[in-house]
Design a protein around this ligand. Structure first.
Ligand code: TRP
Length: 373
């Protein structure tokens, strides 16, 4: 027991903290065991290729998305011609998204295109108001700013609904929150999230808010005049640190008569300073933001990116760089393999092109004319 506890404390991964003792490197195999999810092996990549008849996204091919829960069941449902929808989200804690934040959105965009499915994106402005001590107004403003970065990833408006918790929670959503809350004891959330007696009760009561979009009757169909959703499955795309929310959600789903959401989960994205876990969105020098100019990016990479190069030219020539720890190389392995393509990505995520009208259009409650085809 003691030993188990000590082992667990060697690495801490929850929605608010990612850290590991010693080298600072996360042991993903251990994490999969600890969390009880499954490894995403190559057979999934091949199956996705067969089912979608298109080359699987590089995040699948390169195992950036490396863990899952019941992904096979979603693929089975798809193969049988059944409907499902995607759910992902963003806690708007910074003015702009950085590269690490783009990973789940780029991947969701691919999934939406490959499987032709509807998508809901939750902006948890309430969460960040409570955790980051932002005002309600500031959190709502950041949610809209972040929506621009997200839209710039290229989502299909005819299949995508983005909402802010502050604007949207109420009605059927709130009814479901209360149902979820009634299934979860205080001891349970303490066990899953590590809350203490010093945490304010807003934090303790938040988890149902992130759980509810997993339930189809109250997500893509909320207030949209469709009641044909009860049996539909849902597929959540998340960074691994969000897993605790969905462990809780999967636990309560059957008791409420819903399917358990399936999940697909990604690696952590390293900071410029090195692979020590999650990048802090508040330290501008630890990350590359979508709003950074090409000049900023060049400066940050040159000045801050941890290099795997050797200490002298001779040694470097002789032994080469250690690509295991080299951050520029890591970033390229997440995103692309040459500088020309880096420039292409910068252009593709040209968020300046997203207007307030587009944000309104994506956030409007409306029927989605193109949901499944
Ligand atoms: N809590 C997440 C964050 O801090 C935001 C979020 C809400 C989310 N719903 C989600 C992330 C579903 C992944 C999947 O960023």
């Amino acid at each position: 027991m003691e030993k188990e506890k000590a082992e667990q404390e060697e690495q801490v991964v929850n929605p608010w903290e990612v850290s590991a003792k010693g080298t600072g490197k996360i042991d993903y195999d251990k994490l999969i065991d600890q969390f009880g999810c499954q490894r995403l092996d190559k057979s999934f990549v091949d199956r996705v290729f067969r089912l979608t008849s298109r080359t699987p996204h590089m995040f699948l091919r390169r195992n950036v998305f490396f863990a899952h829960r019941d992904f096979n069941e979603i693929l089975d449902a798809y193969e049988r011609g059944e409907k499902f929808y995607l759910y992902t989200g963003r806690g708007p804690s910074s003015e702009a998204l950085h590269l690490g934040h783009l990973v789940p959105f780029m991947f969701t965009k691919y999934l939406q295109e490959a499987f032709k499915v509807p998508l809901v994106i939750q902006l948890t402005d309430d969460e960040k108001c409570m955790w980051k001590n932002l005002t309600v107004e500031e959190s709502k403003r950041l949610a809209r700013e972040n929506a621009k970065d997200i839209i710039a990833c290229g989502f299909d408006i005819s299949r995508t609904f983005i909402f802010s918790d502050f604007d949207y929670v109420g009605g059927a959503f709130y009814e479901n929150m209360v149902k979820v809350a009634k299934c979860v004891t205080y001891n349970k959330v303490v066990g899953i999230f590590g809350f203490t007696g010093e945490d304010h009760i807003g934090k303790i009561s938040f988890p149902p808010v992130q759980a509810v979009p997993s339930f189809p009757s109250h997500s893509i169909y909320w207030g949209m005049g469709s009641d044909d959703a009860s049996g539909h499955s849902n597929f959540v795309d998340a960074m691994m640190r969000q897993d605790p929310y969905f462990r809780m959600t999967r636990d309560v789903a059957p008791r409420l008569g819903y399917n358990k959401p399936a999940l697909i989960e990604s690696l952590f994205f390293p900071t410029l300073q090195g692979e020590t876990g999650k990048m802090s969105a508040s330290d501008a020098n630890s990350a590359i933001y979508v709003t950074d100019s090409q000049k900023d990016i060049k400066y940050k990479v040159n000045k801050y990116a941890f290099s795997g190069g050797k200490d002298s030219v001779e040694n470097h020539r002789k032994y080469g760089a250690n690509l295991e720890v080299d951050i520029p190389f890591k970033y390229l392995s997440f995103f692309l393999d040459d500088d020309e393509e880096l420039e292409h990505i910068r252009k593709e995520y040209a968020r300046a092109a997203v207007t307030d009208e587009m944000v309104d259009a994506f956030m409007a409650v409306r029927p989605l004319p193109n949901m499944f085809n």
